[in-house]
Design a protein around this ligand. Structure first.
Ligand code: ZN
Length: 385
């Protein structure tokens, strides 16, 4: 039994549950089980809170602090030009937030504030402000954000009612009290100030459901409800600009907003949430069976990204892993969970099985294009098989 973080409704039992370890969004393992609950009152899905959550984000969560990791690439154009995630976010934000001249803009949960920096580069008239729950990022802020426009751990009282707009990119999926989080931003905005929130859309990105520190998996239904409960009127929810993510624009309301509850949206969200939980339950059971077959034998995992890491979290102790294989040159010749990452062509000759850790929608076509992975004595094992 647990309580829904959005509507407060009781959720009797998890829709998906698997024993420790759990995989985090920064590809580390936590010694906790994964439990996903789907709320049929509002269409929200959620996981248990991770232990010692403050320390995790204060000192343990250094996403893209030292380098632009491969997961920070949004897309590669046909001519090979790389589009970084923060460039794309900045462009979406500028389009969706119609900021007046000289606006005060707050990046809430800013991390290095790359998105904000790129907005300022295009709109130098805007006054940038940042807040995060860590001091790790100060060196990335200094020099272009005034010292009194930076806040760590707590937002100063003087910031109440100060901002024309606030944005928070890929933060709310991590927080234990998302409605409280939204109310916290409400307080900082001017009347009719604008909020831009982005977060994963689990319906379009099913892998998100098993990410341990993504304790919230919003649906459109639960996002609308959370924004209303936090004191906002929803202007629009963009699901196309950033595939696999919601970009929601909402306006600070001065009167308590009525909780939005579209029964059809809620029902669709619940069905999709349960369907995704089914997929992961079936995959986990399937992997366990396959790992038993290959216990103590040499295998490789294709993919050092999310799906490959998840496979490792399920079978890493059972098999003799030779390597992760990955086509990304930036990952090759590095280590992942203490195992080498090599080019797919360098698969060990005595490997007897290859676990395919790719998005199930794309996996078969990707592997079909690599003839050297199709050889007698090497069994290919698929997540959804
Ligand atoms: Zn709910």
């Amino acid at each position: 039994m647990t309580a829904c973080r959005v509507c407060g409704g009781k959720i009797a039992a998890p829709a998906y549950e698997t024993p420790a370890p759990a995989l985090t969004s920064i590809m580390t393992l936590l010694n906790i089980p994964t439990r996903v609950y789907v709320c049929d009152g509002c269409g929200h899905a959620q996981c248990d809170e991770i232990p010692d959550i403050e320390t995790f984000y204060d000192t343990g969560y250094r996403i893209s602090l030292s380098s632009e990791g491969h997961d920070q690439i949004f897309a590669v154009k046909p001519d090979g030009t790389v589009i970084f995630r923060t460039d794309h976010q900045a462009e979406i934000a500028r389009n969706l937030l119609d900021l007046p001249q000289g606006a005060r803009l707050l990046d809430y949960g800013a991390a290095k504030a790359d998105t904000l920096r790129k907005i300022i580069a295009a709109r130098p008239d805007i006054e940038p402000h940042v807040f995060d729950v860590s001091t790790d990022y100060a060196s990335a802020w200094n020099g272009w954000i005034a010292p009194d426009a930076q806040a760590a751990y707590e937002v100063p009282e003087t910031w109440n009612g100060r901002f024309d707009a606030a944005m928070s990119h890929f933060v709310i999926e991590h927080v234990a009290d998302p409605v409280g989080f939204i109310r916290g931003i409400h307080k900082l905005l001017k009347p009719r100030g604008t909020l831009l929130l982005s977060m994963p859309d689990v319906s379009a990105n099913p892998g998100d459901m098993t990410v341990a520190d993504h304790v919230n998996h919003f649906s459109e239904a639960s996002l609308r409800r959370a924004l209303a409960a936090g004191g906002f009127e929803v202007s629009m929810i963009d699901v196309t600009s950033f595939p696999g993510a919601f970009f929601a624009v909402a306006v600070r309301s001065e009167t308590p907003a009525r909780p939005e509850q579209d029964a059809i949206l809620v029902r669709q969200a619940v069905e999709r949430g349960l369907e995704i939980c089914d997929f992961w339950r079936t995959s986990a059971a399937n992997l366990e069976k396959r790992a038993a077959t290959f216990r103590g034998r040499k295998v490789a995992i294709y993919g050092a990204g999310f799906y490959g890491s998840w496979i490792f979290s399920r079978i890493g102790n059972d098999v003799e892993l030779t390597a992760f294989l990955d086509q990304n040159p930036g990952l090759q010749n590095t280590e992942h969970f203490g195992y080498p990452v090599s080019a797919p062509t360098a698969i060990a000759e005595d490997a007897e099985a290859l676990f395919i850790g790719l998005n199930p929608l794309k996996a078969r076509a990707a592997i079909a294009s690599m003839p050297y992975l199709h050889r007698p004595g090497l069994e290919l094992l698929w997540l959804e098989a």
